[in-house]
Design a protein around this ligand. Sequence first.
Ligand code: 3PG
Length: 203
Amino acid sequence: MTIDDLMNMAPVIPVLVLGDELDPAALAETLVAAGLPVIEVTLRTPWALDALHTMAGVTGAIVGAGTVRDPRMLDDALKAGAEFIVSPGLTEPLGKAAIASGVPFLPGTATAADIMRGLDMGLTRFKFFPAEAAGGRPALSALAGPFPELRFCPTGGIRLETAADWLTMEAVTCVGGSWIAGPRDHDLAAIGTRARAAAALAY
Ligand code: 3PG
């Protein structure tokens, strides 16, 4: 699967900062059943790698690692079964290691210089992060001008109410966000309801 395949599977990639109370398999099953098969597990909590491994075994789930900051975290994520890698920013060591591994890779960018560093490495798909704080849709629209061939997954501050507007942008293939399932959300039925609403967004 390519990063384009992943970005085109659903309008929203749920970004999970997992607590330790929710069963990761049940959470993945809920998201898949709701129509959000591509799931990002951020490596920000001690149990994230184990949870990622469990979720990757759920039928229909395509589970990646987020918050991957360096090649060591990349290795850990790949060993745990991550099928794609998301990073908050792009460094040369991480970019080179991710490209060498062949895993679909979505590095964070917020400036033209970030984007040009990615282009130098042959990357053309980026997370736009932190999407709202970095200037929102006007900022991405301006950045996309000189780079019309690129496609983005804006993430950071996006909610159901604003996702639809982001998804109308030509440069945007999908969006990411933590509003569907946060670390303190334990109600799978409520998560399922939010996930179905996200999956129904036009894109
Ligand atoms: C990320 O890790 O991509 C962001 O922290 C997610 O942003 P959000 O919590 O504002 O959705």
